[in-house]
Design a protein around this ligand. Structure first.
Ligand code: FE
Length: 195
């Protein structure tokens, strides 16, 4: 009957292991929830707006932002989260060039800087059509661009996220940093609106 003793010992060990795994699982789950909550609480289009306002008023920062978005936004405390390294590329709108962002594959999006993505961004219609007929889609958003403006569509991926640096409105001279921030809209940061 020595087998019974062995079985009992094994059962105890298995139960102990299960408890341990469960505890670890719960702990890991709670930690993950906490990290996600903190990440979402710190994610807002206000962050992107702050980056833009800084770029409008600080030419050296703007240069760094366009050269290496990831490092430049980290200067303002917006380090990219997540396990996978993510590159942020910031693309500048000018009179001649307009940029618009999409993820044709799924819904990649710089959440930290823009907040949770709008449902249309994730829609099949936007993802497929903005690539084929960007001007038509932008018209539907109420944005009519002059014929001379070149439109570039940037396709996001798991490795690279994009944010648009909108053109500074002509009427914004002399505004405070806070007032500049309030001019920037989420759609302006995606490129489906001008400011
Ligand atoms: Fe995606």
């Amino acid at each position: 009957m020595s087998g019974t003793h062995e079985d009992a010992a094994i059962s105890r060990r298995v139960r102990g292991l299960e408890t341990l795994l469960e505890e670890r699982g719960i702990v890991a789950g709670a930690v993950l929830d906490e990290a996600l909550d903190a990440f979402l609480a710190g994610s807002s289009p206000l962050n992107g707006a702050r980056v833009v306002a800084r770029a409008w008023t600080d030419p050296a920062f703007k240069e760094r932002l366009l050269a290496d978005g990831t490092s430049a936004v980290a200067e303002l405390g917006f380090a990219a989260g997540g396990v996978q390294p993510q590159r942020l590329r910031v693309v500048e709108n000018t009179v001649r060039a307009h940029n618009v962002v999409v993820c044709t594959l799924c819904s990649c999006y710089p959440v930290r800087l823009l907040g949770p993505s709008p449902s249309w961004y994730k829609s099949e219609a936007y993802r497929s059509r903005v690539v084929r007929e960007p001007r038509g889609v932008l018209e539907e958003f109420g944005l009519s661009l002059p014929d001379g403006t070149e439109v570039t569509v940037w396709d996001s991926s798991a490795e690279t996220r994009y944010m648009v640096l909108p053109r500074r409105p002509a009427c914004s001279a002399g505004l405070s940093a806070g007032e500049l921030v309030s001019l920037v809209t989420r759609n302006g940061l995606i490129g489906t609106a001008a400011l």
